[in-house]
Design a binder for this molecule. Sequence first.
Ligand code: NAD
Ligand code: UD2
Length: 307
Amino acid sequence: MAEILVTGGAGFIGSHLVDALLAAGHGVRVLDNLSMGKRSNLPLDNPNLQFIEGDVADAEVVAKAVAGCMGVAHLAAVASVQASVDDPVATHQSNFIGTLNVCEAMRQHGVRRVVYASSAAIYGNNGEGVAIDEATAKAPLTPYAADKLASEHYLDFYRRQHGFEPAVFRFFNIFGPRQDPSSPYSGVISIFTQRAQQGLPISVFGDGEQTRDFFYVGDLIALLMQALLAETVVAEPVNVGWNQAVSLNQLLTEVGALCAGLPPVTHLPARAGDIRHSRADNARLLAHYQMPQQTPLHEGLRQLLGM
Ligand code: NAD
Ligand code: UD2
């Protein structure tokens, strides 16, 4: 059976996708440079899994990884927005050149289906306070967002010019097991749960009334599997969120209930440029994909906490 390539497959989202693909009987290749991903996220003893340690910025490596695959999930990227602000040149190699290399390798080897992990970051502060739909004006305020938006445009070029079938998803706030909490710019849920479990103080930037549209990784994987394997995909980019606003204060209440209390919570000034309210209009998602029942925040937190 032709295999599926997951770039960034040793990372948080990628490794869950690898598990699901293997469980469904597919052969899987992973291309990851282990900058953030971990070998321990992968079932390396599974004979249907091939792990290639390499960089998506290396066109030759990507071409070899793509050859003979039936589809690609292109998730490899430096996922930290702050890293892109600190080092735009280095992150551009991963976040944009990587996409271009994947496209060229697919063209060379006649592969058409590609699932791409874009981000709500491309909207910048636009749509703040309302449900953000896909037509919302784009405002890529950081190199990370600019690379994601440019990648979307290139995928659309390869769709029109070379018959690619890109399924582009704009993720809002994904959370779940294996999300790395080690940087201050890691996902807030990974940070709060780890600190609550270890009894370490929690910092809230601002009053905690800012809201996010949290999406459990298991629900995302059900979507990515469909997009990889369906007969057809939607040509336009699709928001991935539940159209639900959860404040950090609500999140802390949930975490506290599951962890038998909270460590001390300190309020610090709001982060510069922080979006106050982020919520996805998901009409397009619901119209085109069979979504699983939403994993409630409470249940997703239980999974994350290993309960
Ligand atoms: P992650 O850091 O856990 O996964 C990214 C993986 O890509 C890591 O394993 C890393 O080692 C690998 N990688 C990075 N640069 C690479 C390179 N040059 N060559 C090969 N491998 C490389 O992060 P994640 O949250 O799983 O993110 C997966 C994708 O989803 C990323 O493209 C990210 O931008 C996107 N995304 C995530 C979120 C979220 O909420 N987690 C939101 C929007 C978009
Ligand atoms: C998310 C994405 C980012 C980009 C952006 C687009 C993650 C990790 N980041 O940023 O890549 O796509 O959306 O809009 O998914 N916070 C605290 N204390 C902490 C950590 C965070 O109060 O210790 C706050 C933070 O200031 C923000 C909220 O929690 O108000 C969420 O922060 P985040 O980094 O998880 O995600 P976000 O939405 O800023």
